[in-house]
Design a binder for this molecule. Structure first.
Ligand SMILES: NC(=O)c1ccc[n+]([C@@H]2O[C@H](COP(=O)([O-])OP(=O)(O)OC[C@H]3O[C@@H](n4cnc5c(N)ncnc54)[C@H](OP(=O)(O)O)[C@@H]3O)[C@@H](O)[C@H]2O)c1
Length: 233
């Protein structure tokens, strides 16, 4: 089984990659930092020597790079079973005061990235009538909060994309899942001084994501909300 994971070198993406690998998946991992990707490949190959990992440095906020990567993966791997659109950015700010351009920058990665990558990968999935797209949305896809201006707008849009795709893919046997995590320890929370248990570990979110891949062909997990036990921050 072959999975593509974007933003796979850190946080939720990396935890999901490691859990999928434990279950025998081959992985195509992507992010921008080549050093982080090389380190990930070394770790993967030492832990899972019989499985395949591809690494590619891609900036998914760039449309042409995203489409090129999707086309390359479709040629390299005719059988892609799973695409996890995970790479995302959170730039804190309020709609009324954030600098101009923050919305565009956020939407380029959080919405157009998954949109263009999914469209490049889908033709092969449609041919095979097998596939699963998992979109890592957010609690911010469901509700807004202070200081989450452009991010909230982008994650509402990502959930809209995910829901539209779910409806479209029903007759083709292709599953679409939207995951809505709350605050999860990751690079984006570096420097935060909350107690360890105030946020979720990425491994718990990964467990939820991977559980969605374990159903038979007649069931799909459409939406999952997972929050810190103490609620949102
Ligand atoms: N952490 C949370 O509290 C939380 C809550 C709800 C939803 N989410 C969502 O979950 C997803 C993962 O979040 P995370 O906090 O686990 O992330 P993270 O630890 O900040 O890691 C982000 C990953 O995406 C890559 N990335 C960032 N910008 C990229 C770009 N332009 N092109 C390609 N790759 C890029 C990063 O590597 P490079 O920097 O090397 O590119 C890294 O691998 C995001 O969509 C986020 O919105 C997170």
């Amino acid at each position: 089984m072959n999975a593509i994971i974007t933003g796979a070198t850190k946080g939720i993406g990396k935890a999901t990659l490691l859990l999928l690998a434990k279950e025998g998946w081959n992985i195509a991992a992507s992010s921008r930092s080549e050093d982080d990707l090389k380190a990930l490949k070394e770790e993967f190959e030492s832990k899972f020597p019989t499985q395949k990992i591809y690494i590619d440095s891609v900036d998914f906020s760039e449309k042409s790079a995203t489409k090129q990567y999707g086309d390359k993966m479709s040629e390299r791997w005719p059988e892609i079973d799973l695409l996890i659109n995970n790479a995302g950015v959170f730039l804190p700010g309020a709609v009324h005061s954030e600098p101009e351009g923050v919305l565009e920058q956020t939407i380029d990665l959080n919405v157009y990235g998954p949109y263009h990558l999914t469209r490049s990968i889908l033709p092969r999935m449609l041919e095979r009538r097998i596939g699963h797209i998992i979109n890592i949305c957010s609690i911010a896809s469901l509700m807004s909060y202070a200081n989450g201006g452009a991010y909230t707008i982008s994650k509402f849009a990502l959930l809209g994309f995910s829901k539209a795709l779910r409806e479209e893919m029903k007759p083709y046997g292709i599953k679409v899942t939207s995951i809505m995590p709350g605050a999860t320890w990751s690079a984006s929370w570096e420097g935060a001084t909350f107690p360890e248990d105030r946020l979720m570990p990425p491994e718990d979110v990964a467990e939820v994501i991977v559980s969605c891949t374990r159903m038979g062909p007649s069931a799909v997990v459409e939406d999952i909300v997972i929050r810190p036990q103490l609620g949102d921050l």
